[in-house]
Design a protein around this ligand. Sequence first.
Ligand code: CMP
Length: 176
Amino acid sequence: MELISRMMDGSIPYDPEGRLESVSSGPGTRQEDKIERLKEVRLFEECSQRQLRSIARIARIFDVAAGTVLTRAGEPGDEFFLIIDGTARAEVSAEKQVLLHPGEFFGEMSILDGGPRSATVVADTPVRLLVISRRHFSVLLRDAPGLVQTLLVTLSRRVRQAEERAERLGPAATGL
Ligand code: CMP
């Protein structure tokens, strides 16, 4: 199970190596602080205060060290991630890596279709992440009006890139 999943469901309180730390979700954390952080995210700029409050209730914010594996290709995944700060690296294939920057998201594919992770994603620098679990994803779709459109555009782009890559590599890449 992915490290963040175990932290989200409380089965481990923190990463044993201290690389992963939940912020803004501890008992002393004020919801208002979390809302202030959400306001900095472009995807949420059209959200009303009520919608931001609702997203703040379901979102966890994590700080992770460079090198932390956030998703692992082939494994099941239950979280959607949005980068608040820092850079993550999606290892899409042996010859292709894509850098993901603040405002960009990943982990949507497994949440949407229930399939395994399509790529390994690793923190390239220290990263601050907003994490939403599968069971709360519908709340996020409801309360972040810009998200559905951005999701569709991003998914189309990722599918197009995957197809172009498969074409370049030929039948060996698809197993046909
Ligand atoms: P998911 O399959 O849930 O977990 C791995 C994630 O990597 C995937 O969702 C996407 O968010 C991301 N990903 C997959 N392919 C690409 C790509 N070509 N460019 C950027 N990100 C990708």
